[in-house]
Every structure is written in C-alpha cells, then in structure tokens.
Write a protein that binds this ligand. Structure first.
Ligand SMILES: Cc1cc2nc3c(=O)[nH]c(=O)nc-3n(C[C@H](O)[C@H](O)[C@H](O)COP(=O)(O)OP(=O)(O)OC[C@H]3O[C@@H](n4cnc5c(N)ncnc54)[C@H](O)[C@@H]3O)c2cc1C
Length: 492
C-alpha cells in the first residue's frame, strides 16, 4: 500500500491541468493514474480519420501553456495529443504518471480520513481524490439485437481499427454525431458502399478551419502579447455564441443559415428532407463541417433514417425490413456520459457509490464537490459541459476552486471536508432554474439528458458566468469532516 497526498484519476486535459496547477500551488505529493499507456485521454484514444477539435486551437488549450505553433485554426488529433504530451514533459509530470493503472475502486475510509484506492497496478491511499476520468472517455456500444453474431468487423470510432483497410468495403456507420461528421467524409471516397444509419439529423454550421501561416506563428512566438490577444478575442467571440442558445431569435437566425447551406450542398429533395433537423438548434451539440453533407450526396452513400431492427451476420436490417449488406460496422454511437463507469467505483462516507447517490440524477456543488464524499473533486462533473466553447475553460475554472479549497484546508489544518447538503441544494436549484425553458432542456431528447429527463451535462449559461462563480472559495459552503471513531464516541 503506497500513501500519497493527492490521487488524480485520468491524464487527459483535466488530470494534467490539475497536476500542473497543484505543483504551482506547492502541492507536490501526487500521482496521476491512467488506465491507458500514455497521457492525452480523448486525444490519445480518438484516432479516427479526420479527428480534430471543433473549438479554435488557441482556445482549446491551457491558458497557462499557450502553443504558438498550432498549424491549423482547428488542429487535428495528432497535434493536440502531441501538445498534451509536451505539457506532461515541460511541467515535469512524468515522474508522477502511473500508466496501466485502472482505478477499480476508491473508498473513503472514515477512520483514517483517507481514500483507499484499488488500481490494476497496486493499492494506494490518498487524502484527496481528484477524478478527471472524462465525460466522453467510455465508448457506448449499442445493444442492437444480433450485433454479437455479426461476422464482419465491428469497431467504435473511439477505438479505430487502423489495421482494417476499408478500401472497397461495404461499411455500415451507426450514428451521426460529432465523430461521424468528421470521419464519414474521410472514408466515403475509399469504401465500396457506405450506409449511414441516422437516428436524428444534426444541425451543422460552417467550419472556418484554415492553416495558420508561418508569419502568424512567428508573431505568436516572438511578439509579446500577440497570442494572448488572439486568445482573448476568440474567448469573447466563442462565449458570445452562447447567446444563440439562450435567445430564440438568434437561434432561429443560425438555423436559417444552416438550412441555407444544406439547400446549397444537397440538391436531392429526398436526401435533404432526411438531413433536415426537426428540433430546435442547440438542444444537441451543434456540429461544424463543410464536407459532411456534400459527402452524403455521392452515389456510394445511402442515408437510412428508418431506424435499425437488427443486425444479421452479413448486414444490418432497418426498421422497414430492408437488409443493407455490410462487412464492416463502425459505431459512431458516443459515450457513457450520464452513466460513466467511474461513478460506480467511488464510494463515500456511507459506503454508497456516486452512481447510487446520484440515482435518479447527478448533482455536485459548483459542479465539483459532493456531500458525503469528503476531499473528492470531480473535473467536468455534473452541469459543466458546454456546447459553444472550450471545456478547457471549465476545467481551469474548476482547478481554481480545487486549489483554493486545498489551500484553505492547508492554512486551517483541516484534514477532510465536504460541501454542505444545503450549499449543494442551492447550487443545483439555481442550475435547474437557469436550465428551465432553455433549448437544452426543452428542445429534444439528447445525450445531455439523463434517464430521468434532467439535463445533468450542460452548464446553462456562458463559460464566463461559470468562471466567475468558481473564482473564489466560499468556506461557509463546506464543513470539516471528523474521523469516524471520534464521531461515534461523541454520539455516545
Ligand atoms: C472526438 C472528440 C472531440 C472533442 N472535441 C472537443 C472540442 O473541440 N472542444 C471541447 O471543448 N471538447 C471537445 N471534446 C470533449 C473532450 O472530451 C474534452 O474537451 C476533454 O478532452 C476532456 O478531458 P478530460 O481530461 O476530462 O477527459 P479525457 O480526455 O477523456 O481523459 C480521461 C482519462 O481518464 C482515464 N480514465 C478513465 N477512467 C479511468 C479509471 N477508472 N482509471 C484510470 N484511468 C481512467 C482515461 O483513460 C483517459 O485517459 C471532444 C471529445 C471527443 C471524444
């Protein structure tokens, strides 16, 4: 059993950012556990053709580790992954990294006032647990009848099979979300036949990607403040786009622009009808692409909107009874967002897991801490997602709260603390109040909603308002937790 002060689960943007901020604040006794073989999280795992960020790179990166060398305004996976590996090196995190350490269980030990952590690489105890396991890290495999008997190749886009040559293949793609919109135009020219199974068409906007010139990169590297200025401009421009989600008139205008592009790019009225969303823009993630709709107009593509009845060994049968022959199925079916596995593995003061505590719906104070789970901080916890700008901004806001909380504990000699139930209730009530009536709540069924129909994913506002709310630590919202034995004696 190894004792450490702080355990961090995950080495993606969240875990790496936490480690960097902790070191800068003088907390040096920490380890990062990751189930994978390298840092990067999302950007290590998603290697599908065309994978790239959909928020400008100068904003989709740490404010404290700006990269003057981004080659494209929307960089590809390889470049983002390289950036995160560089962050791990430049900030001296390598000695703190423990790869192939899947965290199987983390249980609060009330007597010792520590987290007992079981990993596939050994057992640890830690005073503080930071979960940065990622909201989009566990691929969701649909439970379609017959899928296990399929005789061809099946894989999820987040676990792309680069050993499978798709040239000339009969490919069925299931799902039309953010990943499919990126990889479908890439594979369409290669494959023999592509059947795209669509449940709901996506709203799509223009993707203004362009190469960043050498002159610009020179400027960012050598002219003090130049890159900061660009980032600031992008910050306000992107956060301003949140207005579209909050104000129906702006939303309607954006929808008109999207539909005009669809009309221009897809001439066939039947195909266009299938691709036309019948719900308010923004209730699902708005996607950006210039080549997705055009790629679907090619003769080797069929968009199937009837739904899937079952999978047979050599094809997919749609709900209208038509069989679509396939030798390869690619699942673009998203991730376990509101039911991520880590929630079942973290157990608090009463022995219940986060998943149990969060049935039917998940709540966290300021999206980060949970009553009954002392010294636990969740990065990208409930209601911290964004549809319009970079979630790295949200992670950084949360890290401010984490560091301020830990500094407060250090200065007061507090070993363990948790948010009060009242503080958490007030916070969640405010989130729900802000959410009510927005397009995220009323617009459609989406992966933003949990099984109870509550939106537990999205922050119902601007990134700026979240950052302001997490800027300072409010000690009155937290209570110190006494060791279990002492509490028991006090009760007697
Ligand atoms: C294809 C794709 C594109 C995206 N593009 C954007 C974008 O343009 N803009 C944007 O804002 N967001 C985007 N996102 C969202 C993206 O997930 C976040 O921006 C960000 O990468 C999340 O970082 P993270 O560190 O929280 O999680 P992740 O990057 O998912 O990292 C989590 C890490 O935790 C590890 N882990 C999980 N469970 C355990 C466990 N039990 N034990 C040990 N290790 C564990 C995983 O192996 C992983 O390495 C995108 C997501 C995807 C999938």
């Amino acid at each position: 059993m190894t004792d450490i002060d702080i355990a961090i689960v995950g080495a993606g943007f969240g875990g790496l950012g936490a480690a960097i901020r902790l070191r800068q604040a003088g907390f040096t006794d920490f380890l990062l556990f990751d189930a994978g073989e390298d840092v990067g999280g999302t950007w290590r795992d998603n290697t599908y053709p065309g994978c790239a960020c959909d928020v400008p790179s100068h904003l989709y990166s740490f404010s404290f580790a700006r990269n003057p060398d981004w080659s494209n305004t929307f960089s590809g996976q390889a470049e983002i992954w390289a950036y995160l590996r560089r962050c791990a090196d430049d900030f001296g995190l390598r000695p703190h990294l423990r790869f192939r350490h899947l965290v199987r269980e983390a249980v609060w030990d009330g007597a010792a006032q520590r987290w007992r952590i079981e990993t596939s690489g050994g057992a640890y105890t830690a005073r503080v647990l930071i979960s940065a396991a990622g909201p989009l890290s566990d691929p969701s495999i649909p439970d379609i009848p017959g899928i296990e008997a399929f005789q061809g190749t099946v894989f999820h886009s987040a676990r792309w099979r680069h050993d499978v040559d798709l040239t000339g293949r009969q490919v069925a793609v299931i799902g039309t979300g953010a990943s499919a919109v990126q990889f479908v135009p890439q594979i369409q020219p290669l494959v023999g036949r592509l059947t795209l199974f669509q449940r709901t068409p996506a709203w799509i906007m223009h993707r203004g990607a362009r190469r960043i010139s050498r002159a610009e990169r020179f400027l960012y590297r050598h002219v003090p403040g130049a890159q900061r200025l660009v980032r600031t401009g992008l910050y306000w421009m992107r956060d301003g786009m949140g207005v579209g989600f909050l104000h129906p008139a702006v939303n309607r205008l954006a929808s008109k622009i999207s539909l005009r592009t669809l009309r221009r790019q897809v001439r066939d009225p039947e195909l266009r009808a299938k691709l036309t969303p019948a719900y308010a823009m923004g209730c699902k993630r708005v996607l950006i692409s210039n080549d997705y709709w055009p790629s679907l107009t090619n003769p080797n593509v069929r968009v199937e909107a009837a739904g899937i009845a079952r999978i047979e060994p050599d094809g997919v049968v749609s709900a209208d009874g038509v069989k679509h022959p396939a030798d390869t199925i690619i699942l673009g079916t998203g991730f376990h967002v509101t039911d991520a596995p880590i929630m079942r593995h973290i157990r608090g003061t009463d022995g219940r897991s986060l998943a149990e505590t969060w049935t039917p719906s998940m709540y966290a104070h300021r999206g980060t801490t949970v009553p009954g789970f002392p010294n636990l901080f969740l990065l990208l916890g409930p209601n911290t997602g964004l549809g319009h700008t970079s979630v790295v901004l949200m992670i950084e806001a949360q890290l401010k709260l984490v560091v301020n909380a830990l500094k407060h504990m250090r200065s007061r000699g507090i070993v363990a603390m948790e948010p009060t139930a009242e503080a958490q209730r007030d916070w969640s009530a405010e989130v729900d109040r802000k959410m009510a009536g927005t397009v995220w709540h009323t617009g459609c069924a989406s992966w933003y909603l949990d099984a109870s129909g509550r939106n537990t994913t999205i922050w119902p506002g601007f990134a700026t308002s979240f950052r302001l709310k997490l800027r300072s630590f409010h000690p009155a919202e937290y209570a110190a937790v006494a060791p279990t034995l002492e509490r028991r004696y006090a009760d007697v």
